[in-house]
Design a protein around this ligand. Structure first.
Ligand SMILES: Nc1ncnc2c1ncn2[C@@H]1O[C@H](COP(=O)(O)OP(=O)(O)OP(=O)(O)O)[C@@H](O)[C@H]1O
Length: 245
């Protein structure tokens, strides 16, 4: 697939002498899904913060295609096509599912193009597509405030998809979900990958297994192990610092 590669190399972030990231390397190919796991404090959030421009690395390279992420602010990186979903949903409770998605829509620039686009119904079509992809079609006219925890998370993923980012960063999407919701989320993210690159930070290893993707294990700000879920789960270093505890 055509598209841009996310490339981090030698990335370090030092806070008051503490190394939150230490010579971190990560490459995510266009359309790839990658799970990132690791114990608390391993640097997962800091890594996402570097990719989205929230935190500047102290050293190292972070690029998306030809763009140098270390020289761009958060808004410029979002415009580049990198979207992030935080753990806590930020949907509007009083608005319906449809309206929330409509609000998140990335309309074409310029008043004429925008008007033509609204009149052509392209926006509505896109909202309907995303509702189908996230499994929220039946809830279209319900206020977001009455959705289940899982449905709210899918709505938020849907709102991110309305922006059509090339790379989606998803932080602990299944925390607090039921088993059925967790399965639905794995299937949803697997559908999104391919068309988009996806980086998922998650603690739930059964969920990571269901994603069926390459896994990166972080520890003390560096990559401890990388490969299939079976590979990392059987890596003695991973067992020692993470799984064995
Ligand atoms: N702004 C900051 N100032 C100082 N230290 C920080 C800052 N942000 C993070 N840290 C420290 O850096 C380390 C890495 O934190 P980070 O949040 O990236 O880990 P994590 O892998 O996301 O952990 P968790 O699974 O608990 O979310 C932690 O020890 C944290 O206390």
């Amino acid at each position: 697939m055509k598209g841009r590669r996310l490339y981090l190399d030698g990335v370090s972030v030092v806070f008051d002498g503490f190394r939150a990231l230490n010579n971190l390397a990560l490459v995510v190919e266009p359309g790839e899904m990658r799970a990132v796991i690791g114990p608390n404090g391993a640097g997962k959030t800091t890594m996402m913060d570097v990719i989205t421009g929230k935190t500047r690395p102290t050293a190292g390279i972070a690029t998306f295609g030809d763009s140098d992420l270390t020289r761009m602010d958060e808004a410029a990186i979002a415009n580049l096509g990198i979207g992030r979903k935080f753990q806590k949903p930020t949907v509007f409770d009083a608005l319906t599912v449809f309206e929330n998605l409509e609000l998140a829509l990335k309309a074409p620039r310029g008043p004429i193009a925008c008007l033509r686009w609204i009149l052509s119904g392209e926006g509505r079509t896109r909202v309907e597509e995303v509702m189908t992809e996230t499994g929220l079609t039946d809830r279209a006219q319900d206020p977001a405030g009455i959705l289940s925890h899982g449905q709210r998370q899918w709505l938020e993923i849907g709102m991110l998809m309305m922006q059509d980012p090339e790379l989606l960063l998803v932080d602990e999407p299944v925390a607090g979900m039921t088993d059925a919701e967790t399965e639905h989320t794995a299937a949803l993210l697997a559908r999104i990958a391919g068309k988009h690159s996806v980086v998922v930070v998650e603690h739930d290893l059964e969920f990571v297994r269901a994603l069926g993707c390459r896994v990166t294990v972080l520890h003390e700000g560096s990559v401890l192990s990388e490969g299939s879920i079976d590979h990392v789960q059987n890596d003695p270093r991973v067992v020692e610092v993470y799984l064995g505890r």
